[in-house]
Every structure is written in C-alpha cells, then in structure tokens.
Design a protein around this ligand. Structure first.
Ligand SMILES: [Ca+2]
Ligand SMILES: [Ca+2]
Length: 105
C-alpha cells in the first residue's frame, strides 16, 4: 500500500531553500507559506512534519529583523522571492506549495 503525506513545503537546508526559489521564482510575485510555525511556543519554530518524528532541522533563513511576531500575532512562516523568510499572521490568505513523501508499506 502506498501512503502519501502532503505538507506545506519545508526548507530544512540552504539547498532546499535555493531549490524552491530557483524553481518557483517566476510565480513568486507574492510570498507564500512554508511549513514552519511557532504556534505551540513563541519563537520555538518547528516544521509541520515535526510531529511525524521528522528532524526539525536547524536551517533558518529569516529576513533581517524577522521573525518579528508583530502585534504578538505572527506564528507562521512565509518565503519571499529573495529566499528570505518572514513570520505572518497564520490566517493571511497566501499561496503555498506542497511536497510529499511517497511511502511504501
Ligand atoms: Ca510567533
Ligand atoms: Ca514578521
């Protein structure tokens, strides 16, 4: 049986971050969501797959003065066309890209 886990794309290394920017920069006229958040504990940034026992990763590419947690209400990460990240309010309507891990049981 084949299970596929979909999640918002994760950028756990500079190589992955560069890959996403290089492949999607033509459509990145707006920032889009990446799968990182600090919803459980302020400034403890985790990838969405962390609860799947995946390595949380130690690569971060925040823009200068980010994450700012503006209005004490920015808990979800976005990426800009320059590859740098910003935290925003999680309910903002922005595009996202999904990635998947095909798993064969
Ligand atoms: Ca926050
Ligand atoms: Ca911010």
């Amino acid at each position: 049986m084949r299970d596929i886990w979909w999640r918002s794309v994760e950028h756990k290394s500079k190589e992955e971050n560069d890959f996403i920017v290089n492949h999607f920069k033509k459509i990145m006229q707006r920032p889009f969501w990446i799968g990182i958040h600090d919803t459980q504990e302020e400034n403890n940034w985790q990838w969405g797959s962390s609860n799947l026992n995946k390595r949380p990763g130690d690569f971060f590419n925040w823009a200068p003065n980010e994450p700012s947690n503006a209005y004490n209400n920015e808990d979800c990460g976005t990426i800009h066309v320059n590859g740098q990240w910003n935290d925003r309010t999680c309910s903002d309507l922005l595009p996202f890209i999904c990635e998947a891990d095909p798993q064969i049981d």
